[in-house]
Ligand binder design. Structure first.
Ligand code: IVH
Length: 693
């Protein structure tokens, strides 16, 4: 299974072993007592497996403190004795390990297991709930497995654990108390409102809440039963309970009004063969990302009482059940920064930038933070260690900061004071902040982009001016710029006659920009500046380009099967804007390029232009006639001269133009024996392709 952690590391010596035991014991104690630990589940599991491996090789060195062979990692809490030990479960991490385990169980039984039960492994805390005559009389944590803590005060706050059953039955139901994602969010909101620190994750929340007695607020949790046993003086359910199959017990418990996983998307199911179990395991694993509560694996149990009895139990875990662990979907990492992005409708949404962390087989660098209030509610700070959740294809989310890992160096998160896209004011009256321009914010940003230096290059048209033009209703897209009149411009604040004339002249010059720059200005999704140039050179005119289907577009170097249809669709969508540009007299051709049919004939005749067929890399600062050219303009020159611009030097590079302070690229060219030219030499070679102004 993808992302399974299968450690091959080993502890080198007894001191490393002793240290590992100490770390694990401390983590287990913190985890079972407060529900928090510096180690996430994955790190704890890995540590225990290392310890186990060492102990198998050095059985005479096993330390009494070792967490292996102990329930709850040996963390002892509570003084209410359990009627029967509350055991833990052994783990497997792969289909192979699972097959080995079933084989050994069936060998022990001397026959195949009659039937399996497969159910979610709920990620909460184990509790035992004692019902007498249908009334819930006591609620006890697992503690060290032989005795637990009385947490009866929590009765009434746990959904699914009714104070009264539908019948006067006497028995003990065992199961997991957890917080659903929704309950967790609510709990942290209430908690931080009361000045408390947020819980790092739902499990932590359930552990803390179950134990808390004198809180001025209550938060909800949910119970899921996964077993039951008779109590002395058991009534109807207790009678013969020992002979019931596990699945019958779960059904009966549910009928009495106790919540089980039966009503979830991953109900317990029985399976006849190991293959069927494996298939169900995979089904549950696939459903995990959408579940409204956390699971950390799948529990597979022999269903029949007889199989269970004959398999028996060890000191820590039964031999008739196993936890098939799923990869951890929660990891602790650092919150480095918060970015603010503006959506199509002007919504300003924060996004967390994280120290990259590997979760469930992929590297996570960003996580959603829904809105500014969300940041405040979670009491997040820059530099915080945060618990990040990511399963399957869902967008990673921050659950909460791990408050006890704070160093005091954490900094408050700054909220933007103006729209990060267009600089306008922010409407912060709702939870979700919005640029006061709404959808127009994007209009401002896309016009400002279109007129930028590497696109239409209209001088004197900064964002502030664009905002003015949009607000005055004079432009709704960048095509409108080409029909602006002097009179219209003069109505704007801080617009004198000279500025108006200069701006009009700039706009007029932009009318003659090559097609590649018009394409770049259009911001066709999936194309940047260099791709726009390649497209323009390939098709030579907008008409040729717009007449092309995906197959034809795919002939442009660097455009694959996926991108081609996107470009075709984008161009169709931009049709009205393109028509408006054409009507305004904007140039729609690429100087020096020939349309596809003619280009093919020419290609057959061999490369043309001074750089025909050459791959050219530019590095260092340009001087002389090239001094004022941006890299983008240099690339335009190269392509106009028939060459191909590249950013890295390799054996295939034909020429490196090395200016002042050229560094590693020049050195590499020298190593590879690639021809090197100075900016002045190059300017002579491409004289005809240099920009005229
Ligand atoms: S059966 C004797 N079933 O996982 C068998 N346990 O890591 C005892 N857990 O201590 C457990 N979901 O707290 C069982 N469907 C499930 C479970 C489950 C979660 C917990 C339980 C157990 C721990 C072992």
């Amino acid at each position: 299974m993808k992302g399974m952690t299968n450690t091959s590391a080993v502890l080198a010596h007894s001191a490393a072993y002793a240290e590992a035991v100490q770390t694990a014991t401390r983590a287990a104690a913190a985890y079972y007592a407060q529900g928090d630990s510096a180690l996430d589940d994955d790190a704890y599991d890995r540590l225990v497996r290392l310890i186990e491996a060492y102990e198998q090789e050095h059985p005479d060195e096993v330390l009494p403190d070792s967490p292996t062979g102990k329930v709850a990692g040996g963390a002892a809490v509570g003084d209410v004795p359990h009627t029967a030990a509350m055991l833990s479960l052994d783990n497997v991490f792969s289909a192979e390990q699972f097959a080995t385990w079933t084989a050994s169980l069936e060998r022990r039984l001397g026959r195949p297991v009659e039937r399996w039960s497969v159910e979610p492994k709920l990620d909460g805390l184990a509790v035992a709930a004692r019902y007498r005559q249908g009334r819930l009389v006591r609620l006890i944590t697992r503690g060290d497995g032989t005795a637990g803590e009385d947490v009866s005060h929590a009765v009434g706050t746990i959904v699914g654990l009714p104070g009264e059953l539908t019948e006067p039955a006497t028995f003990e139901v065992r199961g997991e108390v957890l917080m659903t994602t929704e309950q967790f969010e609510k709990a942290n909101a209430v908690r931080t409102e009361h000045g408390g620190e947020p819980f790092a994750n739902p499990r932590n929340g359930a552990a803390g809440t179950l134990r808390a007695k004198d809180r001025p607020y209550t938060v909800e949790m949910t119970f899921f039963a996964y077993g039951a046993l008779p109590l002395p003086g058991s009534g109807e359910l207790g009678e013969g309970l020992g002979e019931w199959t596990h699945s019958d017990i779960l059904r009966r418990v549910a009928a009495l009004g106790v919540h089980t996983a039966a009503d979830t998307a991953v109900p317990p199911r029985t399976a006849a063969t190991v293959q069927e179990v494996q298939a169900r395991v995979e089904e549950i694993a696939a459903l995990r990302p959408e579940l409204p509560f956390g699971i950390d694996g799948i529990v597979v149990k022999a269903d029949s009482a007889e199989d269970q009895r004959e398999a028996g139990a060890g000191s820590r875990a039964p031999r008739w059940a196993i936890a098939y662990k799923l990869p951890a979907v929660e990891k602790v990492t650092r919150l480095i920064a918060v970015e603010w992005n503006v959506g199509r409708t002007g919504i300003i949404a924060p996004r967390a930038v994280l120290e990259p962390v590997e979760i469930d087989g992929s590297t996570v660098t960003y996580a959603t933070l829904h809105n500014p209030a969300d940041i405040t509610r979670r009491d997040l700070r820059l530099g915080d260690q945060v618990m990040v959740y990511k399963a399957g294809d869902i967008i990673p989310r921050i659950e909460a900061p791990v408050a006890h890992l704070r160093t005091g160096e954490e900094q408050p998160i700054a909220f933007p004071e103006a729209c990060p896209q267009c600089g306008s004011e922010i409407d912060a009256s709702e939870q979700r902040w919005r640029c006061v321009r709404g959808r127009n914010c994007r209009v401002v940003a896309s016009i400002a982009y279109a007129v930028g230096r590497d696109q239409l290059d209209i001088e004197g048209l900064g964002t502030t001016r664009v905002v003015q033009l949009v607000d005055a209703g004079l432009v709704t897209d960048f095509a409108d710029l080409f029909t602006l009149t002097r009179e219209q411009l003069l109505t704007l604040d801080r617009m004198g006659e000279t500025s108006a004339d200069n701006l009009l002249a700039g706009i007029d010059r932009a009318r003659t920009q090559p097609l590649s720059r018009v394409l770049a200005a259009l911001g066709v999704r999936g194309t940047g500046r260099s791709m726009s140039r390649r497209i323009a050179r390939h098709f030579a005119t907008m008409d040729h380009l717009r007449a092309a289907d995906a197959d034809a577009v795919q002939r442009v170097e660097g455009i694959g099967v996926e991108k081609a249809p996107v470009i075709v669709a984008e161009l169709a969508e931009l049709g009205p804007l393109i028509a408006k540009l054409v009507a305004a007299g904007v140039n729609m051709t690429e100087p020096g390029a020939t349309p596809p049919a003619e280009a093919e004939e020419e290609a057959a005749a061999g490369p043309t232009g001074p750089l025909g067929g050459m791959t050219v890399v530019v590095t260092g600062a340009m001087t002389g006639p090239l001094e004022k050219l941006s890299r983008n303009q240099m690339n335009e020159v190269i392509e106009r001269a028939g060459g191909k611009a590249s950013s890295s030097v390799s054996k295939r590079t034909s020429l490196v133009v090395a200016g002042e302070n050229a560094g590693s690229k020049r050195a590499k060219a020298e190593d590879l024996g690639v021809r090197i030219a100075t900016p002045d030499e190059f300017a002579v070679m491409v004289a005809d392709a240099l920009p005229t102004s």
